[in-house]
Design a protein around this ligand. Structure first.
Ligand code: SAH
Length: 365
């Protein structure tokens, strides 16, 4: 590691973390992630231009307007299935640049009554991204009222449709590592030179549903953020339908999925804290099980390609290309990227979670 990274002179968050670890001891991985993304001065979500070609990572709504439009049409149909309630809480978790919501509202307005019924609730912790979202949504004419919240618990009651693209992966996770016959909290500590390193922390009780005799050094992950979210959903007294779109395996996997991405490349999660997007894969089978255990209904995951295919992406792309012949190649390239069998189309999955009294939302069930 180059000396400047070790002395941390050009990374204020590294200096702060080092002080904290010297004072209070090593940090659980979840606290480390929380500091890296959420530090009020130097955390990753203090940055404005993180998403998009000029940022660190590109998301589906930034690749093609059709992504948000199909979700908007899905919202309109789902609203009808709910009995066309007014007001409808249209909630997006982690809306990024606001692109998905903008495209969704533009498409959903074709459903008579939908825009009039909807109040938009954006759950977002990043102040700079809130400002971007506000600017993006200002371009939607006749838009419904928009309110920002820090947590879904703050969103008023009422029938709700919830959309989350690449939100769950951003929530801090705990990691446990197996050593000397027991599970230990995986922590971030300092090596002799003062650089960050992973280490084994306190011993923890054997978690449920986890092998008793795994490979030495095995790592498992616990997702407290997801548990909090599911608990919040379970307490909503009015019906809701939620769509979670993210990357991760369909079935349960054991292992370390913590990753850092900076400027479209994988990076070392411990290098230059606060300057990379830190995420973990979503384990969809486990998420669906937890939703059911919380008394909710869940179906999926299906792949993003299957989901968008069933919502009619091919037809919509054909129509958009016919209406914009000059942009046909760009539109086609975007759709192919969203659907790629060796890329986003397969790696990204969609899980629906809803109030058990409702029928399954389209295109599930
Ligand atoms: N959905 C967007 C952005 C994905 S990036 C898109 O598809 O382009 C993750 C988003 O979640 C960002 O907007 C980030 O600021 C937000 N976020 C991360 N952790 C959060 C938390 N704990 N609560 C609310 N928003 C959060």
């Amino acid at each position: 590691m180059p000396p400047h990274e070790i002395d941390g002179a050009d990374n204020p968050l590294l200096l702060r973390l080092r002080e904290r670890i010297r004072r209070d001891g090593p940090l659980p991985v979840s606290d480390y992630m929380q500091v890296c993304v959420g530090d009020p001065e130097h955390g990753y979500w203090r940055r404005r231009d993180t998403i998009g070609a000029a940022g660190d990572f590109v998301t589906a709504p930034e690749i093609s307007q059709i992504f948000g439009e199909l979700i908007g049409l899905w919202c309109a149909v789902t609203w009808q299935q709910l009995g066309s309630p007014a007001p409808l809480r249209l909630i997006e978790l982690g809306p990024g640049r606001g692109t998905l919501m903008r495209d969704a509202l533009r498409a959903a307005r074709r459903m008579p009554g939908f825009i009039e019924a909807a109040t938009v609730h954006l759950v977002e912790i990043s102040e700079p991204l809130r400002r971007v979202q506000q600017a993006t949504l200002a371009s939607v004419s006749g838009q419904p009222a928009v309110t920002w919240h820090r947590d879904i618990a703050e969103v008023p009651d009422g029938p709700a449709i919830i959309v989350a693209n690449e939100f769950l992966d951003a929530l801090p996770i705990r990691q446990l590592v197996h050593a000397a016959g027991a599970w230990h909290e995986r922590v971030v500590a300092l090596d002799a030179a003062g650089a960050l390193m992973f280490a084994h922390g306190d011993r923890v009780d054997q978690p449920a549903d986890v092998p008793r005799e795994p490979q030495p050094g095995a790592i498992i992950e616990l997702r407290d953020g997801e548990d909090h979210l599911l608990a919040q959903l379970a307490t909503r007294s009015q019906p809701f339908v939620a769509l979670f779109i993210d990357y991760g395996p369909a079935s349960t996997a054991v292992g370390d999925t913590l990753q850092a991405v900076r400027r479209h490349e994988y990076a070392d999660p411990l290098a230059e804290p606060g300057t990379a997007d830190l995420t973990a894969h979503v384990l969809f089978a486990a998420l669906a099980d937890k939703a059911r255990a919380a008394g909710l209904a869940a179906d999926g995951p299906i792949t993003q390609a299957e989901f968008l295919g069933r919502l009619g992406i091919a037809e919509r792309a054909t129509r958009l290309m016919a209406a914009n012949p000059g942009k046909a190649a760009e539109i086609e390239a975007g759709v192919q990227r969203l659907m790629a069998p060796t890329g986003m189309g397969q790696l990204f999955k969609v899980l629906a979670v809803w109030s058990p009294a409702l029928p399954p939302p389209a295109p599930f069930g």
